[in-house]
Design a protein around this ligand. Structure first.
Ligand SMILES: O=C(O)C1=C[C@@H](OP(=O)(O)O)[C@@H](O)[C@H](O)C1
Ligand SMILES: C=C(OP(=O)(O)O)C(=O)O
Length: 431
C-alpha cells in the first residue's frame, strides 16, 4: 500500500512515463477485477457459511473492503491468492476507512446496518465530496438509524433491518442500487427499489450485482431480465456460500490494450472471459471503432493498433470508468471525438471531465469539457507533467499519452495502487 511519504515523493518527483519507440509487443496476465472481488467479499461475509474468493484482487480498494468486513465481525483471510471469508455475528462497534473506494463507501453501510454495533465511516479527504447521501436516505427509509448526510456518517445498528420499498435517485452512481441489492436479501422484507431521476449510469455494473446475487441463490427481479424499467427487487432469504474465481479486471486492461493502439503494436491480455458482466469487455468494440484489430482466441484478447487512430462519437454512460483511457486515445487520434453521457464521472475519484480537459490540454491536446462529456480534436501533443488528482485512471491516461509522446511525467503514479498494486514496474517492464 502507498504510504503518505511515498505519495509526497511522487508529487515532488513525477514518474517519467516509458515511451514506446516502436510497435509494442506483449502478452500480459492482469490482476483480478475490483468490482467482482469487492462484491464477492461482501456477499461471502453475509452468506450462510464460509466461502472462498479465488484469485482475489489484492489492491487498496479490496484490502479496505476486507478490513471493513473484518471490523464488522467477519473473518477474511487475505494471506494467499484465494481469500477465505467466514461470516460472523456483526456486533462490534467499528470504524470503517473507505479510502477512496466507492464500493466500500456505498456497499458496506447497508450491511453494517445488520450489526448491533455502532459503525463510523470516513475516508480520504476527497471521499467526503463523493456522493453517498441517497444511499443513507434510502437506508433511513428502510428503517436504519444514521447520523450524517454524507461522509463522515455513523450507523447505529439494531441487528435487523425491516426493508421494503424505497425510491432512490441513482443518476449519480449505479453503486447506490447495487449497494441496496447486495444486502437486501438479509432484510426482513427484502428490498423493492425504484429509481426516479435522470438515467442511471453504469448499468452493466448493476447487472453484475444481479448475476452474482443469483449465483448465491437470491431471487432478484431486474429490468435487464424482463422486470419493470427502473425497478429492482430482492426477495428476503438466505445467501448461499460459494467458492468462486475472480476474472481479470477488464477495465484495468485499458492501458495495456491502449499501448498496442498507440504504438501500432500487438498486445494480448490472457484469460479474457468468453462471457462476462464486466463493462470493460466493451473495450473490444471501442478499440475496433478507433481502428484497431481485435480478436478473442484461446490465448486471450489480442489488439493490434492501426497506423493512425480514428476519433469516435460515443455515448459512454454504461462504461464511464473507461473514460480516462479512451479520452487519452482520442487525444492521439487523427479525427475528432465526442464522448457523451458521462456527467456522473465528475463524482468519481476526481472530477474526471475537468481533470482530463485540463491535463490533456496541458500537453497540447484540444480537449473541451461539457456538462456531460468531452470533445477532443486532433492536435500535436508535447511533454510535460500530467497530474493525477489521486485518481488511478487519470494515471492510466497519463501513461498512455506518455507511451506515444516524448517527455511525459506522471505525477503520483502510485495512486494506481487503488486497483493495481505495483502498476508502475509492471508497465515499465513492457518497454
Ligand atoms: O459497482 C461497481 O463496481 C462500479 C460501478 C461504477 O460506478 P458508477 O456507477 O458510480 O460510475 C464504476 O464506475 C465503478 O468503477 C465500479
Ligand atoms: C469510479 C471508480 O471507482 P469507485 O469504485 O471508487 O467508484 C473507478 O474505479 O473508475
Amino acid at each position: 500500500m502507498t504510504s503518505t511519504t511515498d505519495r509526497a515523493a511522487d508529487i515532488a518527483d513525477p514518474w517519467p512515463a516509458p515511451r514506446a519507440l516502436g510497435p509494442a509487443t506483449a502478452t500480459v496476465s492482469l490482476p483480478g477485477s475490483k468490482s467482482l472481488t469487492n462484491r464477492a467479499l461482501l456477499l461471502a461475509s453475509i452468506a450462510e457459511g464460509p466461502g472462498v474468493v479465488r484469485r482475489a484482487l489484492r489492491s487498496r480498494d479490496t484490502l479496505l473492503m476486507a478490513a471493513a468486513l473484518t471490523s464488522l465481525g467477519a473473518q477474511v483471510d487475505t494471506s494467499g491468492d484465494d481469500w477465505v471469508v467466514t461470516p460472523g455475528a456483526f456486533g462490534a462497534d467499528a470504524e470503517v476507512d473507505c479510502g477512496l473506494a466507492g464500493t466500500v463507501m456505498r456497499f458496506v453501510p447497508p450491511v453494517a446496518a445488520l450489526s448491533t454495533g455502532t459503525i463510523a465511516f470516513d475516508g480520504d479527504p476527497h471521499m467526503r465530496n463523493r456522493p453517498v447521501g441517497e444511499v443513507l436516505r434510502a437506508l433511513r427509509d428502510l428503517g436504519v438509524s444514521i447520523d450524517g448526510e454524507g461522509l463522515p456518517f455513523t450507523i447505529h445498528g439494531t441487528g435487523a433491518v425491516p426493508g421494503g420499498t424505497v425510491v432512490v435517485d441513482a443518476s449519480a452512481s449505479s453503486q447506490f442500487i447495487s449497494a441496496l441489492l447486495l444486502a437486501g436479501a438479509r432484510y426482513e422484507r427484502g428490498v423493492d427499489i425504484r429509481h426516479e431521476g435522470k438515467p442511471v449510469p453504469s448499468l452493466p455494473h448493476i447487472d453484475m450485482t444481479v448475476a452474482m446475487l443469483r449465483e448465491h441463490g437470491v431471487a432478484v427481479d431486474a429490468p435487464s431480465s424482463g422486470g419493470d424499467a427502473n425497478r429492482w427487487t430482492v426477495a428476503p432469504g438466505p445467501i448461499k456460500a460459494l467458492d468462486r474465481t475472480i476474472e481479470p479486471d477488464l477495465s484495468n486492461a485499458a492501458p495495456f490494450l491502449a499501448l498496442a493502439a498507440v504504438s501500432g503494436g500487438t498486445v494480448t491480455v490472457r484469460d479474457w472471459p468468453q462471457a462476462t458482466d464486466q463493462p470493460g469487455d466493451q473495450l473490444r468494440e471501442v478499440l475496433s471503432l478507433m481502428g484497431c484489430e481485435v480478436r478473442v482466441g484461446d490465448d486471450g484478447l489480442t489488439v493490434t493498433g492501426p497506423e493512425q487512430l480514428t476519433g469516435i462519437d460515443l455515448d459512454m454512460r454504461d462504461i464511464g470508468e473507461l473514460t480516462p483511457a479512451v479520452a487519452a486515445l482520442c487525444a492521439l487520434a487523427s479525427t475528432p471525438s465526442h464522448l457523451t453521457g458521462i456527467g456522473h464521472i465528475r463524482g468519481h475519484e476526481t472530477d474526471r471531465l475537468a481533470a482530463l480537459a485540463r491535463e490533456l490540454g496541458s500537453l497540447g491536446a484540444d480537449a473541451t469539457e461539457h456538462p456531460d462529456g468531452l470533445t477532443i480534436r486532433p492536435a500535436t501533443l508535447h511533454g510535460g507533467v500530467f497530474h493525477t488528482y489521486a485518481d488511478h485512471r487519470m494515471a492510466h491516461a497519463g501513461v498512455i499519452i506518455g507511451a506515444a509522446v516524448d517527455g511525459v511525467l506522471v505525477e503520483n503514479i502510485t495512486t494506481t495502487s487503488k486497483t493495481f498494486t505495483d502498476f508502475a514496474p509492471f508497465w515499465a517492464g513492457l518497454f
